[in-house]
Design a protein around this ligand. Structure first.
Ligand code: FPP
Length: 263
């Protein structure tokens, strides 16, 4: 069910279930700018329905589409989602292949709509280790949307936070060895510019569905001062209303960034 509701500034957006009274409670001045999501619980949801785990991932794609639409309507600066970790290769080959197929299918199906929505997609992680076909699709999607100015939609595939930091450190060490950068000149900004998320704001809010309360190697540097929001809801059942509930919860947090006063 799609309803046209938000006209913020110049544009009206269609957001699923946006007629919910919850949307009235949004504090537009206190929305997070960068939200990161650990989309957990696809397997558990599928099991609960008597379905194969893969059916959970398929259902998860629909949720992702709805949440991206909501992020667009809320005019978030960035949405980063954890789609496949460097550890997920340990899963049975059938599930890994299914997930890779799903990413490819998603790109084929959703590419033009995301582009029309002014989304700027970017893939983070060790993309070079994926199949040549999927890699090509990812690069083409990034190229198509590189001039877009709406939500930055970062999809982590074959991603690990420690691995990302390791790659950044290696590349900085290489530059130092080549005399391109002095070790004393290495500061937080320079490290950030070597991360996969270069150009993004720090993460304000990390959402994890399905009850577990851990970061699982996601955006370790970027989440240094993030707020955390955990919900027992499995990802396939996570709705735009649940997302907005997380936004409302975030607006009530007292963020001190190590100081004594808010902001
Ligand atoms: C975690 O649930 C989910 C994943 C490892 C895959 C996430 C992928 C999607 C939501 C598909 C859509 C993504 C894109 C980019 C199209 P789990 O399988 O670990 O669930 P469990 O903990 O209940 O077993």
């Amino acid at each position: 069910m799609w309803r046209r509701i938000f006209s913020r500034g110049d544009k009206a957006f269609e957001i699923p279930a946006a007629d919910s009274p919850l949307f009235e409670r949004i504090d537009w001045e206190r929305l997070p700018r960068h939200v990161a999501i650990i989309m957990d619980g696809n397997g558990r949801w599928a099991k609960g329905q008597g379905l194969l785990r893969t059916a959970g991932h398929t259902a998860g794609v629909k949720t992702l589409k709805n949440i991206l639409k909501t992020a667009i309507g809320l005019k978030l600066d960035a949405l980063t989602v954890y789609a496949f970790s460097t550890e997920n290769w340990k899963r049975p080959a059938t599930e890994v292949d299914f997930l890779m197929g799903l990413f490819s299918e998603y790109l084929k199906k959703e590419l033009m709509e995301m582009h029309e929505d002014n989304v700027r997609i970017h893939f983070i992680g060790r993309i070079g280790e994926l199949s040549p076909g999927l890699m090509r699709q990812m690069h083409e999607a990034e190229e198509l949307m590189q001039g877009n100015t709406g939500v930055k939609f970062n999809v982590a595939v074959n991603y690990g936070g420690q691995d990302e930091l390791l790659r950044a450190v290696r590349s900085l060490a290489r530059e130092a060895a080549e005399g391109k950068v002095a070790p004393e000149a290495i500061d937080a900004a320079l490290i950030e510019s070597h991360l996969d998320t270069a150009g993004n704001l720090p993460v304000d809010l990390v959402i994890r569905t399905s009850g577990d309360e851990r970061l699982s190697n996601f955006l370790l540097w970027q989440s240094a001062y993030a707020e955390f929001y955990f919900t027992p809801i499995n990802w396939p059942e996570f709705t735009p209303e649940d997302f907005v509930t997380a936004m409302i919860d975030f607006a009530g947090r007292d963020r001190r960034f190590g100081g004594l006063t808010n902001q």
